[in-house]
Design a protein around this ligand. Structure first.
Ligand SMILES: [Zn+2]
Length: 224
């Protein structure tokens, strides 16, 4: 960390009638402090768009085929922009809201760190950081869908994985790796593979471990 850290330019774009503006401003600042301690990168600028109207939110999405629960996103590989749909009904509690905001902000830091990471890993890190792991174990049905080749997410599209608790499973995998190697070393590992395609096995390989042994441990702990 240097003393010459530039200050991030932060902008909020609230659709007229947006509730709880103060909440967004306060939490954006505290999340930035948290994330700056966790990631060895800094945001240059940040624009948080909050929508009250579902149609104007949907217009920001690259595709219209999104699940009904879809309430926030960061454009692919963006390092500065967050869209959130919040009309009070869409996000039910303040806790959920702060988790959603932290999840999306985490994506920006990951995209600065290594935009080439696979979707499962980007989502897994965001889920882990925002404490959105809601199930402590994985059902064998979901595991069979996600780990068709014995390695989770291999040869499986993220869209497909998401239907079978992919977010939760990706979060559990990240939690498992962080417990095994420590957060700082985990970040160093995902930062070191900037040019190659990253899979679940890349992480144990980076540390000189046998990926099949590590995955067998993961399965033993989490697949019930
Ligand atoms: Zn996400």
């Amino acid at each position: 960390m240097t003393n010459r850290r530039r200050k991030t330019k932060i902008k909020f774009v609230f659709e007229p009638g947006t509730y709880q503006k103060d909440f967004y401003i306060r939490h954006t600042h505290s999340n930035m402090q948290k994330l700056a301690r966790m990631f060895p990168v800094q945001l240059l600028s940040l624009t948080v768009h909050i929508f009250r109207n579902k149609n104007s939110f949907l217009k920001t999405l690259p595709t219209k085929k999104v699940p009904t629960w879809f309430i926030a996103h960061v454009p692919k590989n963006s390092t500065s922009c967050i869209y959130i749909f919040d009309n009070k009904d869409s996000i039910t509690s303040k806790k959920t809201l702060s988790q959603v905001l932290l999840h999306e902000m985490t994506h920006l830091y990951i995209n600065i760190l290594n935009p080439k990471l696979s979707d499962w890993l980007k989502e897994g890190i965001s889920v882990y950081v925002a404490a959105q792991i809601f199930k402590p174990s994985i059902s064998t049905t979901d595991w069979k869908k996600i780990a068709q080749k014995n390695i989770p997410f291999r040869g499986v599209s993220w869209k497909f994985a998401a239907k079978y608790n992919g977010y939760n499973i990706a979060g559990l995998l990240v939690m498992f790796f962080v417990r095994l190697y420590g957060w700082k070393k985990f970040i160093a590992a995902i930062n070191s593979h900037k040019l190659t395609r990253f899979s679940v096995t890349s992480i144990p390989l980076y540390f000189g471990d046998n990926p099949h042994d590590v995955m067998a441990d993961f399965k033993k702990y989490f697949v019930k």
